[in-house]
Design a protein. Structure first.
Length: 350
């Protein structure tokens, strides 16, 4: 194993940390130090080499049923929650799983219960943890005997969103990043001068084409300012070709933005279904219909401030003119749909 691979693997195992910038602000928690492309943890040296080879070749076609990892046998992903996971995070993960169940019904999910340490009661399985190590996951099914269960970490509060949970569960299912496609540069421009030094590999790929449309709204795509030196400036901007590639209207992209963390796009669902046809021959995706919003809860209960004022109270105060907006700087702007917060979810039809 060459020195650079050993260094990456050491980082992935031991140093995937949530950091703050010089002003004390949290960095994007998917931008963890050392994990491949920010949040993909390799199972071993062989998979790390595979990651690198896929990112540097034209063999990775996100819509052709190919992915970075191995599918779960029979389309069944078993999981459990570590004892350090809050009820809010459990609820968030369950909402993410429900989105997968609606979008790709052939994928099955089973909570087999937490045992101890990093073990569920059954294996192989995913142990969902919440440690100060950002948002990250092993990719696909891990078969190593030294890891009977594999870790998916969602740090609170930075990873506490349904879209982020969907993203990391996508990795656990075996999916890679959309912007790692070899034809990426036809659709987005990378602003290398604003990419953090040492993080350039996260954006590397080549110029060969893929046969499947590029999806700037994929939940597996980076956001505009990931790994930015100056977060007020983008590391990635959209080219005109990207709008027509997947049939997206500019208005739609404006609502969700590049690298959305709302949920699966239609092509995300199609990709997962294509990949799992190797283990579930009848697997197919549902059709994305629309978006809904549900109020975000706090510790498994409806949100209210310290004066026991809930979403409806803040909305009434806005309507009556007592406050200019029930959004920021109030907590209602995070928890309440009508105030710009809440959890946006998608509706799917068979």
């Amino acid at each position: 194993m060459c020195g650079s691979e050993a260094k990456l693997l050491l980082w992935a195992e031991e140093e995937i940390m949530n950091l703050t910038d010089k002003n004390g602000h949290l960095v994007h928690l998917e931008e963890t130090k050392g994990a491949f492309q920010g949040d993909m943890v390799p199972e071993d040296q062989a998979q790390l080499r595979s990651f690198i080879q896929l990112a540097e070749s034209s063999s990775y076609q996100i819509g052709a049923g190919k992915a970075y990892g191995r599918p779960w046998p029979g389309g069944m992903l078993k999981y459990c929650f570590h004892s350090n996971v809050s009820q809010s995070l459990k609820d968030t993960v369950h909402l993410a799983i429900k989105q997968y169940q609606k979008a790709v019904p052939c994928i099955r999910w089973q909570n087999v219960g937490y045992k101890s340490g990093d073990l569920c009661h059954q294996s192989p399985a995913v142990v969902i943890k919440s440690e100060p190590k950002g948002c990250n996951s092993y990719v696909g099914l891990v078969t190593s005997t030294s890891k009977p269960c594999q870790i998916l970490n969602l740090q609170e509060p930075g990873c506490l969103s349904v879209g982020t949970a969907i993203h990391e569960l996508g990795h656990a299912l075996g999916m890679g990043h959309e912007q790692a496609r070899p034809d990426r540069d036809h659709y987005v421009t990378i602003h290398w001068d604003n990419v953090q030094r040492g993080m350039e590999r996260n954006f590397e790929t080549n110029m060969e084409n893929s046969t499947h449309p590029y999806d700037i709204l994929s939940v597996m795509h980076y956001g505009r300012d990931f790994f930015a030196v100056n977060e007020s400036l983008p590391t990635m901007t959209i080219k005109a070709a990207a709008f027509s590639a997947a049939g997206h209207e500019p208005e739609e992209v404006g609502k969700l933005d590049i690298g959305n963390r709302i949920g699966l796009s239609q092509m995300d669902a199609d990709q997962v279904a294509d990949f799992y046809k190797s283990v579930v021959s009848t697997c197919r995706a549902s059709e994305l219909q629309n978006f809904t919003c549900t109020e975000r809860e706090l510790d498994g209960k409806p949100w209210a401030d310290r004066y026991n004022q809930n979403c409806s109270v803040y909305l009434r105060m806005q309507t009556s003119g007592q406050i200019k907006s029930c959004g920021e700087p109030f907590g209602s702007g995070v928890f309440c749909c009508e105030c710009g917060g809440g959890l946006r979810l998608q509706t799917w039809s068979p």
